[in-house]
Design a protein around this ligand. Structure first.
Ligand SMILES: Nc1nc2c(ncn2[C@@H]2O[C@H](COP(=O)(O)OP(=O)(O)O)[C@@H](O)[C@H]2O)c(=O)[nH]1
Ligand SMILES: [Mg+2]
Length: 215
């Protein structure tokens, strides 16, 4: 029984990865660079998009987004308010986006008008790990209020990510979060990861994040 479960799981990942590969191809054809945004509920994924869009515009780059959420269009509305094209992707009961949902979202986006596409995943530090979507890099956002052991508890999230963001540095002293520990944990799980500290209320640190994304 255990063996059967494992092989079904493998098939699911393989099917997903095939579509992710097609998504990557479609994006490349249209000259779109796509980035996954991962992290817990409330870590600051949508806030990061809100702050990056004007920073991209300053550099002559046009953004776009897929807002992944279990339910509702709260993030979608915030993203649209920044002036970029976006699609809302509700997962219903699923705790992660998959490549098939993204494939459909891409059909509804004006890809020719987008240089940089952000794919905001469902807020979750576990489920999205094994579901590639077709983006070129993964960005994981954690915040000081999640507890400074949050990185240590989720190695897989960081192993697969190119950029790690420690957000809400403004309230770290109030919750007693040790930001150096969070950063050290990220590097322990992924020596290559680029780590940035941000305050997404003010936009502090966002310029450096955009530099790293475009690198
Ligand atoms: N104090 C503070 N609040 C923040 C910061 N970044 C985001 N927030 C707030 O945290 C809440 C969750 O942010 P949101 O972007 O919706 O998180 P998401 O669920 O990861 O998309 C919102 O009320 C934001 O205004 C920050 O750096 N400092
Ligand atoms: Mg959000």
């Amino acid at each position: 029984m255990h063996h059967i479960d494992v092989s079904i799981e493998k098939d699911v990942y393989a099917a997903n990865n095939r579509i992710a590969h097609d998504n990557a191809h479609l994006l490349k054809e249209h000259g779109v660079r796509a980035f996954d945004l991962l992290g817990a509920i409330g870590s600051g994924k949508t806030a990061l998009i809100e702050k990056m869009v004007p920073e991209l515009a300053r550099r002559g780059l046009r953004g776009g987004a897929i807002a992944g959420d279990v339910y509702g269009d709260d993030d979608f509305r915030r993203i649209v308010a920044t002036g970029i094209p976006a699609v809302n992707a509700n997962t219903g009961k699923e705790c992660h986006l998959d490549a098939h949902l993204v494939e459909h979202a891409l059909e509804d986006l004006p890809l020719r008008e987008i240089d940089i596409l952000f794919i905001e995943n469902v807020g979750n530090m576990v489920c999205p790990t094994d579901f590639l979507l077709g983006a070129e890099k993964r960005i994981v956002v954690v915040s000081s209020t999640e507890g400074d052991d949050v990185v240590n508890k989720h190695p897989m999230m960081f192993r697969g990510s190119t950029i790690g963001i420690i957000n809400k540095i403004d309230i770290a002293p109030l919750v007693g979060a040790d930001l150096d520990r969070m950063e050290a944990d990220m590097h322990r799980y992924n020596p290559e990861i680029m780590v940035f500290r941000t305050n997404l209320k003010t936009g502090e640190g966002v310029r450096a994040v955009v530099d790293a994304i475009l690198r």
